[in-house]
Design a protein around this ligand. Structure first.
Ligand SMILES: Nc1ncnc2c1ncn2[C@@H]1O[C@H](COP(=O)(O)OP(=O)(O)OP(=O)(O)O)[C@@H](O)[C@H]1O
Ligand SMILES: [Mg+2]
Length: 504
């Protein structure tokens, strides 16, 4: 493989932003028919390197070489014409336009009167969609598609020109297991056609399953390239964060208090049925299940975003009616949502204001006092969550994907809720910060917070929970204590095997 001519090479790429040297002389290459992973902590420079390759950013130095020829990528369209296709971390489609218009944006076919040749456009598009075996057509409005299908539209774009390389920037972050299978098939297909694939992900099991080689960046610098088959998770982590991970969990070192939250026979239409559980002060209850099992919907109900159709919610033994997030916040319930970018962050606002947004009124009044109190809160969580940003003044939209997520987590922690619900807390977060967030959850529990963690990652659930609620298709199948749970019994419970828990 090493003797083949790379599909493309990046040499000594330098890119700086005000206060940040995002790329410091990085070199990288991908071979035809290879899946090459790009790994590194949040803010290491992965997306930036790919945006340079994709013509979105102009580098301050270095060269891009495609098929042994030096090229300049002045725009995304030019990069596409040179065979580089970019499937973004944040999807970048025009939601109001049709699938066909999105795929051929900037190069719509015209007839001899200079008008868009719609028929030709739709035919061309449908031919590509058929190859991808998707269940929608060229005329569908992109805004009506699921995230997974929107991603398929981006992939379809890849197939309009002879692609030399396709970049996937965290493609699986919001996909269900079934959708992932389709994505992996598409990647295998591209690979067998000799396309070079660049694959960015924080998920180790995907890296080992899908990739041939792994290049690691750290703080904008190249750290090395590994052969996946000859590498362990520890090797990669060591290269990424420069130290070994501390994975020990502080055993239950504190007593639980009274029940902070009790849920009795709660139902919400067809979303979930007859849900009963409790969370004590100081306890972490993990909700495990497949995507779509109803976990997020329960969280949304507790946060006042959905109205239950039956059942009761009690806080500290008293029944409550939570009709809106404002009610929830007043009662001391916080939710760190699953889809943080859409639900949790104002991209055009600076980091500090994003973090202190929900408590502006609560902070001491007077402009100066408030300002410094806010900066202090921001500084505290920046250190605790290791948020990488040159200053609190940086716009949230300029942070790396993972660091944006940390801002949202900090925002809800800083409100000191009694009941904290975190939905997929480490999605998109690098391994080092992930273990910090797990520690933080355990720490908060030992301070008396009642915590619900929703996660689709078994190691995460096993690591942080005192009790685990296993859900399948809107129902609780079984509740385990940390002592009794095994991986097998958990898998069995969430696949709908065995009977659901009988609730008196
Ligand atoms: N447009 C921008 N303006 C200012 N700084 C930026 C901009 N884009 C990226 N950065 C900074 O460059 C650095 C690298 O960011 P990048 O998005 O490449 O990280 P990443 O490796 O993709 O991280 P993640 O895993 O969190 O997605 C970060 O410090 C980020 O804040
Ligand atoms: Mg990124």
């Amino acid at each position: 493989m090493s003797t083949a001519t790379p599909a493309l090479r990046l040499e000594n790429i330098v890119k700086t932003f005000p206060g940040v040297r995002a790329l410091d002389g990085v070199s990288f290459s991908v071979l035809p028919g290879e899946v090459h992973a790009l790994m590194g902590e949040n803010g290491a420079g992965k997306s930036t390197l790919m945006k340079v390759l994709g013509g979105i950013y102009q580098p301050d130095g270095g060269e891009i070489i495609v098929s042994e020829q030096k090229v300049v990528m002045r725009s995304p369209l030019e990069a596409k014409h040179k065979g580089i296709v970019f499937i973004h971390q944040e999807l970048s489609l025009a939601k109001e336009l049709s699938v066909a218009e999105n795929i051929y944006l900037g190069e719509l076919p015209h007839n001899r009167f200079g008008l868009v040749d719609w028929q030709h456009l739709f035919e061309k598009t449908d031919a590509i969609l058929q190859r991808l075996k998707v269940g929608f057509d060229a005329r569908t409005r992109v805004g009506d598609l699921s995230i997974a299908n929107q991603q398929m539209v981006e992939i379809a774009r890849a197939l309009t020109h002879e692609a030399k390389a396709v970049i996937f920037d965290e493609p699986t972050a919001s996909l269900t297991d079934a959708e992932k299978v389709v994505l992996f098939e598409v990647i295998e297909d591209l690979k067998s056609h000799g396309v070079g694939i660049i694959y960015i992900s924080h998920r180790m099991e995907e890296i080992f399953k899908m990739t041939d080689r792994i290049t690691v960046l750290r703080d904008g610098q190249y750290r090395g390239t590994l052969d996946t088959a000859q590498t362990t998770e520890e090797d990669i982590t060591q290269l990424m964060i420069g130290r070994k991970l501390d994975l020990t969990r502080n055993a239950v070192d504190h007593e639980f208090g009274a029940a902070a939250l009790e849920v009795e026979n709660l139902s919400c239409g067809t979303l979930y049925t007859d849900i009963s559980f409790s969370v004590r002060e100081g306890e972490v209850v993990g909700f495990y299940g497949l995507v779509g099992a109803g976990r997020t919907e329960i969280a949304e109900t507790l946060f006042g975003l959905r109205t239950p159709t039956a059942g009761k919610i009690l806080l500290n033994g008293r029944e409550v009616h939570i009709e809106s997030p404002v009610d929830a916040i007043e009662l001391g319930i916080s939710l760190v949502p699953e889809n943080r970018k859409e639900q949790g962050l104002v991209l055009g606002m600076n980091c500090r204001d994003n973090m202190t947004l929900p408590q502006v009124d609560a902070l001491v009044s007077g402009p100066f006092v408030k300002d410094s109190a806010e900066i202090e809160i921001f500084g505290h969580y920046r250190d605790k969550l290791e948020i990488k940003t040159p200053s609190w003044k940086q716009l949230a939209g300029n942070l790396s994907g993972g660091n944006q997520q940390k801002i949202v987590i900090g925002k809800w922690l800083s409100m000191h809720p009694k009941v904290l619900i975190v939905d997929e807390p480490t999605r998109g977060i690098d391994v080092g910060s992930k273990s910090e967030i797990h520690k933080l959850i355990r720490d908060l529990a030992s301070q008396g917070y009642a915590i619900i963690v929703i996660s689709s990652e078994m190691p995460e659930i096993l690591h942080v929970s005192d009790r685990i609620v296993a859900m399948y298709s809107g129902r609780i199948m079984r509740t385990f204590t940390a002592q009794e749970v095994t991986e097998d019994s958990l898998i069995q419970a969430i696949s709908g095997l065995g009977e659901s828990e009988k609730v008196a």
